[in-house]
Design a binder for this molecule. Structure first.
Ligand code: FES
Length: 143
């Protein structure tokens, strides 16, 4: 049975945006789904607390590619906090809908984005607020 994809989903599948891997990225992350076996790899460049660039590699289905493609397009230029709040419902509405059995692909895309942002923040050793200013890292002394 053929799945009912929107024209926008098919366009992002056939001509994906932001595909590839950023050389010297600020952070990398991969995420996979044990049930369907699909995988996404993300790389990001961050400047002044905003996503300057984000790319992905897909080892998955048409929805895997389309959801990651539209998500990377939408979050480019967002602050890290805004990007973390871009959720799977937004991907589905931005694509004009997704077949029910493919909604998990959008969930994996946002989980992968959050993972690469977390990886960036962990690497920096501190978190940035929404204005891009680094918060002081609090180190507690062991008693
Ligand atoms: S079928 Fe699992 S990510 Fe698409």
């Amino acid at each position: 049975m053929a799945l009912n994809y929107t024209k926008k989903t098919l366009n992002h599948f056939l001509k994906p945006k932001n595909i590839g891997e950023i050389k010297n990225a600020d952070a990398y992350a991969e995420i996979g789904n044990m049930v369907c076996g699909d995988q996404l790899n993300f790389s990001i460049k961050v400047e002044k607390g905003k996503i300057k660039d984000v790319k992905f590699l897909s080892f998955g289905c048409a929805s895997n590619i389309a959801t990651a493609s539209i998500m990377t397009e939408k979050v480019k230029g967002m602050s890290l906090e805004e990007a973390k709040n871009y959720d799977w419902n937004k991907i589905v509405s931005d694509l004009g809908g997704l077949p029910q059995q493919k909604v998990h692909c959008s969930i994996m895309a946002v989980q992968g984005l959050k993972k690469v942002i977390d990886s960036y923040e962990d690497k920096k050793g501190n978190k940035e607020d929404h204005k891009g200013k680094a918060k002081k890292k609090v180190v507690k002394k062991k008693k």
